[in-house]
Structure formats: C-alpha cells, structure tokens
Design a protein around this ligand. Structure first.
Ligand code: PMP
Length: 372
C-alpha cells in the first residue's frame, strides 16, 4: 500500500507526456563483483582495438574544451571508410539516440500526421517506445510463422518504414536485394526507409553504398557490437545530405555535443583499425556456428543467425513439456548464465543468447547438456 502511495506522490509532478511513456527496459547489467557469464545484451566478448585505448589517453589531454559539435574527426574517418562525403554522415550518443532522432525527424506526428510508421511485429522493442516519445502512429506488420519479412506487405500507404537488418531478436537477415526493393517502394511514396544495421558486421549485407542511389534511404550503424565499444556510446547514420541535415536539426534542438571528446577519438581510432574488429568478429561467427550445431544436436530449435546472437527454443519447449522458455531462462540464470527472454506471445518459446568468447560458449554448452 505504501508503495502505491509513494508512486502517487511522485506521479503528481509528472506531466502528461511522461505519464504516457512506456519506457524500454534494457537487459540486466550485473552489479560489480557478480560472477556471471553475460549472454544477454549482445556485447562483443573481446576487447576493442589497442589503438582505441591510445586514442582515449591522447584525447584526455583536451578534456577542458568542448568537443567538436558534429564529431567531425569521426565523421571524416567514417566518410573515408564508406567512400562518402562528411555531409552523408551523422554521429550521436549510441545508435539508440540516432534512432530516436530518426523517429523525431522523419516519421509523422499524431493526430494529423495520419499515416503510421511501419515495422515488423517481431523486432527491436525500442521502436514502439520511440513512437510513444514522439507521439508517432505506428503499425506492426506481422512477420511470417518462420519470422521472415515479406517487403510486399510494406508496400502500403505509410508514414515511413524502419526495421533492423539482421532483425533483432530473431537474428534473421534480409538480402540486399530485398532491402533495396523496400527502398524503391518507399521512394515511389516519397517516404523514408531506415535500415538499422546494428548487427550487419556478423554476416549481414549492408545497403550503405546505395544511399547515393536512394535519397530516402538512411542506414544506421553502431560501434557497440562490431567494434566492442558498447560502453562508449557511439552510433551513426549514413544517408543523403538532406536526411543528415534533418538529424542535425533534431540534435541541435536537444544536445549540441552528443558525442564527447573521448568517444569521438576512440571511435575514429576503431574505424582506422577496422581489420582488428573484422578479425575478432570472425571468431564470434565461428563460435556462433559451433553453438548452433551443438544446440541443435541437443534438441534445441535455433533460427539461422546472421548476428552476434542466436534465437533459440529449448528442448523442453520443443517437446511440449513447458509452454514457454521462462523457466529455462531462470534456470540458466541460477547457473550463472544471463540470457534474454521476451514475454511476448509470438516469441515466448525462445531465448535470445548473445555469442560470448570461445570459453564462455563451451561453458554454456556444457550447462545446456544438464537438465534445465
Ligand atoms: N538497434 C538494435 C536492433 C539493437 O539491438 C540495439 C542494441 N540494443 C541498438 C540498435 C542500439 O545500440 P546502441 O545504442 O548501443 O548503438
């Protein structure tokens, strides 16, 4: 009862906008000292390039000063990597923030904005949250029974389209041709298509080179996964200069310096040593394939993955002994393995399992051999 009273006291100070929000809940970050194997937030198990640490140390000498507002040194590094101009690059505080700006800059506002933004029903659960923040109407397009996405379903009147490729949490990738077909549909409707490529480095096909052809195509990527820099908080968008200007307008109405000086220097160093990340990510891909084969041999159903995580349904669920994967999630947690369970009807039989280091995955597989 006291809890209810306290809640009521707090909420009298909230405005309607905050009251309406349904915030995103990130995966658990264990407290210092807890000895768990973290397979729940799709972090990279390997450290970032040593050149990143050197760049941070160098940049620390200038912390007295504000950073470059548009993170120009990083934009230059990214423009070179993708053979683009800096006008085609926007950087911000994690790709979550880039995505938040995309919803604010390109998608309509209720009530008169009319057409809803479209995304799959099984996808990154932050998208409906951003719609709540910006008061954006949305429509979730059902993915197939096998969680496949058919872009013909998206060729309807809309206020914009967004999806991750590879998708999360399913880990399934779309071909470049399919994504470009969706970009074409959207171009005819004069609507923006945002492709969230957070996991593209783990076997997906980027459509970044096509932003020159499709002026409505915006590609969002992150340093959190492929570059082992989740703690740094840097993400970026690649697109036509007019789209980038819209993101800059949104940013400059919110925070002039979303990428701090250390983050800017560190991310630029990571770009310049991308071969290092590629090498680490090849190890993750190899562990992923080994994990998939081993789990399937134990009776798990595992979807084909193009990401640094897998989406897998435990044998007890497959056999019909239990209706969902919640119990297995809990048992794995008790045994020291954090995974992610989404209590949503269509995916409740699955766990999302990030690919850890070789040693971590060996321990995980050993644990899965015991009754769960
Ligand atoms: N997109 C997808 C599909 C994700 O899963 C995540 C990570 N939760 C992000 C974007 C955001 O990543 P970050 O903010 O760390 O760049």
């Amino acid at each position: 009862m006291w809890f209810g009273v306290i809640l009521l006291c707090v909420s009298v100070f909230w405005n309607d906008r905050v009251r309406r929000l349904s915030p995103y809940t990130p995966g658990e970050q264990p407290k210092n000292g807890a000895s768990v194997i973290k397979l729940n937030t799709n972090e990279n198990p390997y450290p970032p390039s040593p050149s990143v640490i050197e760049a941070v140390t160098r940049a620390a000498a200038s912390l007295r000063l504000y950073p470059d507002p548009s993170a120009m040194p990083l934009r230059e590094a990214l423009a070179e990597k993708f053979s683009l101009s800096v006008e085609n690059v926007f950087c911000s505080n994690g790709s979550d923030e880039v995505l938040a700006f995309c919803f604010g800059a390109f998608f309509p506002e209720k009530p008169d904005g009319g057409r809803p933004v479209l995304f799959p029903d099984i996808t990154y659960s932050f998208y409906p949250v951003y719609c709540g923040l910006w008061n954006t109407p949305f429509c979730e397009i059902p993915a197939g029974d096998d969680f496949s996405i058919n872009f013909n379903d998206y060729n309807i009147p809309n206020g914009g389209v967004i999806f991750p490729n590879p998708n999360a949490p399913t880990s399934i990738a779309q071909t470049k041709e399919a994504v470009l077909k969706a970009a074409g549909f959207q171009m005819e409707r004069r609507r923006v298509l945002v492709v969230d490529e957070a996991y593209v480095e783990f076997c997906g096909e980027t459509v970044a080179p096509y932003i020159k052809e499709y002026e409505n195509l915006l590609v969002v990527q992150t340093f959190s996964k492929a570059a082992s820099l989740a703690g740094l908080r840097v993400g970026y968008a690649l697109g036509n200069a007019r789209l980038i200007q819209a993101l800059e307008r949104a940013r400059d109405s919110f925070n002039s310096y979303p990428v701090d000086a250390l983050a800017c220097a560190a991310a630029a160093a990571a770009v310049r040593d991308w071969d290092y990340s590629r090498k680490m990510n090849r190890r993750i891909i190899a562990s992923r394939e080994k994990t998939i084969s081993a789990l399937r041999a134990m009776g798990w159903k595992v979807l084909p993955s193009s990401a640094n995580f897998i989406f897998a349904s435990p044998p007890a669920v497959q056999k019909g002994d239990v209706p969902d994967a919640a119990g297995v999630f809990q048992k794995l947690r008790e045994k020291g393995f954090l995974t992610r369970y989404f209590p949503k009807e269509r995916v409740k039989k699955f766990l999302r399992i990030s690919i850890g280091s070789e040693e971590e995955m060996d321990l995980f597989l050993k644990c899965c051999m015991e009754p769960l």
